[in-house]
Design a protein around this ligand. Sequence first.
Ligand SMILES: Cc1cc2nc3c(=O)[nH]c(=O)nc-3n(C[C@H](O)[C@H](O)[C@H](O)COP(=O)(O)O)c2cc1C
Ligand code: SF4
Ligand code: SF4
Length: 430
Amino acid sequence: MADLKTTLGSLTLKNPVVTGAGPLAGTADHIRQCVDAGFGAVCTKTTSFSPYLQRYPRPLYRLKDYVLNPDSPRFFPDHYMWFHRDHNSIFPPDRFVNIIKEVSGYCKENGTVLIGNFAGRGLEEWVQTVSQYAEAGCDAMELNFCCPFPPKGLESDPANAFIGMSFTADPERGAEVISTLKEKVSIPLFPKISPASSNFAAVAMMFEEAGADGLSLFANEQLLRIDIETGKPVNYGPCAGTSPIFKAHTMKWVSQVAQRTDLPILGGRGASAWSDVIEFLMAGADGVEMCTPVMLRGFGYVEEVLRNVNEFLDRKRIASLEEIKGSALKHIYSNLEMIEKVKALHAEIDMDGCIGCHRCSEVCVYSAVKVLPKKAAIMKEKCAGCSLCSQVCPVSVIKMHERDSDQEHFQALAWEHKELMPELFDCSQE
Ligand SMILES: Cc1cc2nc3c(=O)[nH]c(=O)nc-3n(C[C@H](O)[C@H](O)[C@H](O)COP(=O)(O)O)c2cc1C
Ligand code: SF4
Ligand code: SF4
């Protein structure tokens, strides 16, 4: 069995799978269930002092693209879009602290790291509540710089308007919260940032400079879909949402933040399969948050994820997760490195195995596939080497080969308009 421990700055987690803040960890009983399920750390449901965010919640959950399978009730589709209107805890922070007190001992006994989550407005609120959470037994704190987004119509109240994602959108204000808290509390601080910003690496650098101990990316984003049968927006208009399809976006930013800061990273938003845990770690994360995948499948899913992660590590003879953390970063190429190091390709079909389905010609936008009776052939001189045909061929008889020269590759790209690029073709005749 591999060692699944992961360090997150000064914290050590027994494994990298972390409860994403939300209803999975909104009561003492639920937090204990997270611990029993095997999570390496638990992030608790966000609290705030904003009355309308406590009293507003209509936790309506709506799934779109979630395919049901009546023949297999426990079938879980890989893809779904999740929309919700689940704002802050009904419990104000100074009362939620009692829940933290109640469960912190249980978390410690079971080696589960307890991370609080709070959305403050002014500095005074931030200091008061984060101090209380620390005293109550939290090992670390997620600073909610991500949600809520004030529900439309309610943001007009200036006392409540600057909260949650405002601290990512205006990172100077976020940095001020971090540096103020660093002087008052000693537990590690993880700003949890919103995906509704632009340059997260720059935001991360600013927060690192201010003293952040790590970063959680990302929370939900406001999303919109329309039900075309009713003509109405899903869940009454733009609202918080997530989906496994966001994995690639989150992972890109995890890698960029990992390359540009020394901050430990809790990656999440879109990680749903056990293999996503490995991917996130290879991209530079130190832990991986999961919320909706566990809400949909139940707490037993955590054990399944951990078992599969373990089996993968054993199969690859990897003794410890630390070996794979950030391991993909050195293979990330810049555009210049792509030109210098990656050879151009061309496709070739093994005609004996070809079943003549012509999928290759359907996808070839470079018109490089010749359709033959019950077969197909590739015109090497026109093949741009994109490799799409080799990935859709149902019998995998298309192989990609490196080209001898870039010149041939550029000729293939210009083939349809040789007259526009005579220098490419003149050269080859020399
Ligand atoms: C119903 C629901 C409630 C959530 N509540 C909170 C919250 O209170 N605080 C928070 O920081 N994130 C909250 N989140 C965001 C999750 O912690 C997580 O960042 C997000 O769902 C993306 O991860 P996922 O794709 O694994 O679900 C909530 C998510 C859902 C689905
Ligand atoms: S590799 Fe791309 S360009 Fe070449 S034949 Fe296949 S689909 Fe066409
Ligand atoms: S997709 Fe594969 S099997 Fe189908 S015609 Fe092309 S090479 Fe042949």
